[in-house]
Design a protein around this ligand. Structure first.
Ligand code: PGA
Length: 261
């Protein structure tokens, strides 16, 4: 995997947005896998700015959801469908038909999970999947010890993740659902390019385990080591536990200009 250390979150957002723009210039109907949480916001802002400036046309882009709470109505402000409508679709001027995601309100959750994996496959697969990382190393909502071969399925959130996410529910952990549907790690690894952004000191330990630790289900993000095209973009704070930071800086500074991430 490639590790890119950027000065701050805005620089990470710009770098990744440019990679997405570059993809859309090559493949205008690319399927972009998007993530929720605080981390990807600079990416969405930078991409929307490029659209406003006429630097990229996203009108044919397609958007795929990574994970969703189980049981929150689609119109609930914290359902990830609502969050992505507000943070991605509307700023990019995309309509609901450009969007695909699992049905968190389905009575048959298992069937909804299988249907989503099939829908992703039928859509030609995800071209570029954005990922955040949990303080416990989760990607999507694949919590520690998730099978590295897992497909889209229901998961039970750890207490730590519910604590981390309570900030989106008026600080009230009781309102944070216990269950989610998440693309599995195997599903995520099917995407053609994985781009993980991590910012802030709180992510430093998880980033070090992901990049420099063994491939191990206890750190789900370490599965990125198995992918032929995975890029981990970190700010200085999130890079602070990396032993090989100088090596990563050197290789990125000296790579061929045409290569991109
Ligand atoms: P965050 O969430 O970007 O809000 O820190 C990341 C994640 O849980 O995947």
């Amino acid at each position: 995997m490639e590790v890119v250390i950027v000065p701050d979150a805005a620089a990470g957002g710009e770098l990744i947005a440019e990679a997405m723009a570059e993809l859309l210039r090559r493949k205008p109907d690319a399927l972009l896998g998007v993530a929720t949480g605080s981390t990807p916001l600079p990416i969405y802002e930078a991409l929307a700015a490029k659209v406003s400036a006429g630097a990229v046309d996203v009108s044919r882009a397609r958007i795929a959801q990574l994970d969703e709470y189980v049981g929150l109505p689609a119109e609930h402000p914290e359902s990830y469908r609502s969050v992505l409508r507000q943070q991605v679709l509307e700023p990019l001027g995309l309509e609901a038909k450009a969007f695909m995601g699992p049905d968190g309100t389905a009575s048959d959750v298992r069937a909804a999970c299988e249907a989503y994996d099939k829908a992703l496959e039928d859509a030609g697969g995800v071209d570029l999947q954005l990922l955040g990382i949990g303080t416990d190393g989760h990607i999507g909502f694949n919590e520690p010890c998730s099978s590295l071969a897992s497909r889209t399925r229901i998961k039970t959130l750890t207490e730590q993740t519910r604590i981390d996410n309570a900030r989106f529910f008026d600080g009230d952990i009781e309102q944070v659902p216990h269950h989610v549907i998440t693309q599995g790690i195997g599903t995520i690894l099917d995407a053609r390019h994985l781009v993980l952004l991590a910012t802030g000191e709180g992510k430093a330990e998880a980033v070090a385990a992901t990049v420099e630790g063994p491939v191990a289900a206890v750190c789900p993000a370490s599965a990125l080591q198995l992918h032929p095209h995975a890029t981990v973009v970190v700010d200085e704070a999130a890079a602070s536990e990396l032993k090989l930071a100088d090596y990563f800086r050197h290789t990125y500074a000296n790579k061929p200009d045409w290569q991109g991430i």
